[in-house]
Design a protein around this ligand. Structure first.
Ligand code: NAP
Ligand code: MG
Length: 402
């Protein structure tokens, strides 16, 4: 069979530890035999980041702007222990942070739903995708301990000399205060990313704030979303048959619990932090979460939501067998290949991505899975496979579909 051809390259960002091992297996067994894979390769493994003073991460992000689509392997974010382990010149920032700062954008995280791994919430049948606004609020706050009686104010000094001042609280006794901010441009960019991604994936978009209490701050989020929706997206949403739904955050949470899924939930920064952990654990496994960074300029970067699975890697180095789940990394590749196919008008590539997804899910549904899933599955007669056997089992199913 002739290999599928590509026009434009994908930006390929290799990574660290066990996921780097899976990365190679996925390419060798599931991609290269079927696709004439065109990638521009960047090695974001920690050693090469150290050799290049992290320039490789910046170059990979810049290449993503050039080609539009990237796929990334999990990478180590250095801490003190890693400084020693890899003899690093300095404590480099998280590659994801560096890439996000260059591309600007919103991370959408979605669980991979498969028969046999049932969410804790019985009525959740389809994925719930969480979009977290990754700027400002409590993550860029200023806090103060108040030790004695006095008045705390919120003060703004304009560069034109005008000032605004509001009493926060008159303290008779010790307490605490906190100041935080956001920027209209960032909120608007978040809103556009969410509306675009909803159109892209043909899913409804939900958003909730606490604008009854926080009339100005959360009110601003509500207003910006509403304005952008009315002016730029309403008609497109109607054509696509999807809806934008705003409600109070408590109402949204209550509805999420009763819903069957299949929508995007746009979250303010803190809500996204908290709710993404709740949603991912309720859907079963961190190893089954995908993640895509969507920039307001239309660049896409796909990856697994989990890390480099260090504990398994050390077993691997000792020559012991591992049973590491490659599903989220496979879905990162299929997400990127599908998007590449869409952008370049290559139907074959899109179909291949669909088939690889299908082969992966049907492997699990047939009872063949890695250990993490075997521990939580409702299926009987399960065969636990090691990291490589699982990928080979997927290949077998894939070949039947091609
Ligand atoms: P992790 O790599 O996500 O792994 C934590 C634990 O979750 C594993 O020990 C394993 O549990 C389970 N797990 C995660 N993914 C799995 C998979 N695919 N298959 C089977 N089990 C899986 O998190 P971490 O150990 O906290 O972090 C390791 C490194 O990853 C760190 O250096 C961190 O900086 C980096 N990290 C990178 C990213 C990223 O690049 N996006 C994200 C998070 C963390 P058991 O050991 O119980 O089997
Ligand atoms: Mg969190």
């Amino acid at each position: 069979m002739a290999k599928i051809q590509m026009n434009t390259p994908l930006v390929e960002m290799d990574g660290d530890e066990m996921t780097r091992i899976l990365w190679k297996l996925i390419k060798d067994e599931l991609l290269n035999p079927f696709i004439d894979l065109k990638t521009e390769y960047y090695d974001l493994g920690l050693e090469h980041r150290n050799d290049t003073d992290d320039q490789v991460t910046v170059d990979a992000a810049e290449a993503t702007k050039k080609y539009g689509v990237a796929v990334k392997c999990a990478t180590i974010t250095p801490n003190k222990a890693r400084m020693d382990e890899y003899d690093l010149k300095k404590m480099y920032k998280s590659p994801n942070g560096t890439i996000r700062a260059i591309l600007d954008g919103t991370v959408f995280r979605a669980p991979i739903v498969v028969n046999g791994i049932e969410p804790c919430v019985r009525n959740w049948k389809k994925p719930i995708t969480i979009a977290r606004h990754a700027y400002g609020d409590v993550y860029k706050n200023t806090e103060m301990n108040i030790e004695k009686p006095g008045d705390a104010y919120l003060v703004f000094e304009g560069t034109d000399g005008e000032t605004k001042k509001e009493l926060i609280h008159h303290f008779d006794n010790p307490g605490v205060i906190q100041g935080m901010h956001n920027i209209e441009e960032s909120i608007a960019s978040f809103a556009r990313c969410c509306f675009n991604y909803a159109l892209d994936t043909k899913q409804d978009l939900w958003f909730g704030g606490k604008d009854t209490i926080s009339k100005i701050y959360d009110g601003k989020f509500k207003e910006i979303f509403a304005t952008i929706y009315e002016e730029e997206f309403k008609e497109k949403f109607q054509e696509a048959g999807i809806t934008y739904f705003y409600s109070l955050i408590d109402d949204i949470v209550a509805r999420v619990m009763k819903a069957e899924g299949g929508f995007i939930w746009a979250c303010k920064n803190y809500d996204g932090d908290v709710m993404s952990d709740m949603v991912s654990s309720a859907f079963g496994s961190l190893a089954m979460m995908t993640s895509v960074l969507v920039s307001p300029h239309g660049y896409y970067e796909y990856e697994a939501a989990h890390g480099t699975v260090q504990r398994h890697y050390y077993r691997h180095l000792e020559g012991k067998e591992t049973s590491t789940n490659s599903v989220a990394t496979i879905f990162a590749w299929t997400g990127a290949l599908r998007k590449r196919g869409e952008m370049d008008g290559i139907q074959e590539l899109q179909d291949f991505a669909d088939k690889l997804d299908k082969a992966t899910l049907s492997t699990i549904e047939s009872g063949k899975m890695t250990k993490d899933l075997a521990l939580i599955t409702s299926l009987k007669d399960v065969t636990v496979l090691n990291s490589k056997e699982f990928i080979l089992a997927i290949r077998e199913n894939l070949e039947k579909l091609l």
